[in-house]
Design a protein around this ligand. Structure first.
Ligand code: PLP
Length: 231
């Protein structure tokens, strides 16, 4: 018999239980880990189903895809997170329509987001994406340059520096994955020791979120395990 849950609501229940269990196993308070439902490649109707099942935060990677869905769903009180690469000609729309941005890795982008954040909205929550040693080709600030970037971003008036994000290479090697998450956590600890407060570690996806929670994740970004395959 196939016991895989087939509805978004049923899969959400299971993911929430797995997050709670991983949190308990690592002595994390029950409210320490937030589930971000990654809805890129999913239709607006699927987001509506998840929202009806109690999911409030959604992550999108592509502005052109996200904007029409956000418009369709504007009757819902969704907290939108931008988790994709940020092109400088897209910062105004990102600053206008999102509550969080996870992939900031350059001061120039942060400055534009701060300048363009509308005055009638609270400061934009920002996580800095850090380049980890296992992924030299990807985006992210070098660990050595992180303190200076964090200090500069923390000083921008319309941004709120919340923490760090890791978007590591997909791998089934749990040790490598764990090492990457641990590096991010340690980078955050060093910032804190230098007087820059961070309360967010955005790390962990469908296949590795329990490992990320073991290493201190506070936001896990989960797509396919909730929604099924992307279109
Ligand atoms: C697509 C994506 C996710 C979700 O990946 P799944 O494997 O579907 O859980 C998480 N974070 C980022 C940055 C993504 O682009």
């Amino acid at each position: 018999m196939n016991t895989e849950p087939t509805t978004i609501a049923a899969r959400l229940v299971i993911i929430r239980e797995r997050i709670a269990a991983a949190g308990r196993a690592h002595h994390r308070p029950s409210d320490a880990i937030t589930l971000l439902a990654v809805s890129k490649g999913q239709p607006a109707a699927a987001i509506r189903d998840a929202y009806a099942a109690g999911q409030g935060s959604f992550g999108e990677s592509y502005l052109q895809e996200a904007m029409p869905k956000m418009d369709t769903l504007s009757d819902l009180a969704i907290e939108w997170h931008f988790i994709g690469r940020i092109q400088s000609n897209k910062t105004r729309q990102i600053a206008t329509h999102f509550a969080w941005v996870h992939g900031v890795d350059r001061l120039k982008i942060a400055q534009r987001l701060s300048e363009q954040r509308p005055d009638d909205r609270p400061p934009l929550n920002v996580c800095l994406q850090v380049k980890l040693s296992d992924e030299p080709a990807k985006g992210g600030v070098d660990a050595a340059d992180l303190p200076a970037l964090a200090r500069a971003v923390a000083a921008l008036p319309r941004l709120r520096l919340r923490g760090l994000a890791a978007i590591p290479e997909a791998t089934t090697d749990a040790d490598r994955q764990r090492h990457a998450f641990r590096q991010l956590r340690q980078a955050g600890d060093r910032l804190a020791a230098g007087g820059i407060a961070v309360d967010t570690f955005s790390m962990g996806m469908s296949t590795d979120f329990e490992t990320a929670i073991a290493e201190g994740a506070t936001i896990v970004r989960i797509g396919t395990a909730i929604f099924g395959p992307r279109r």
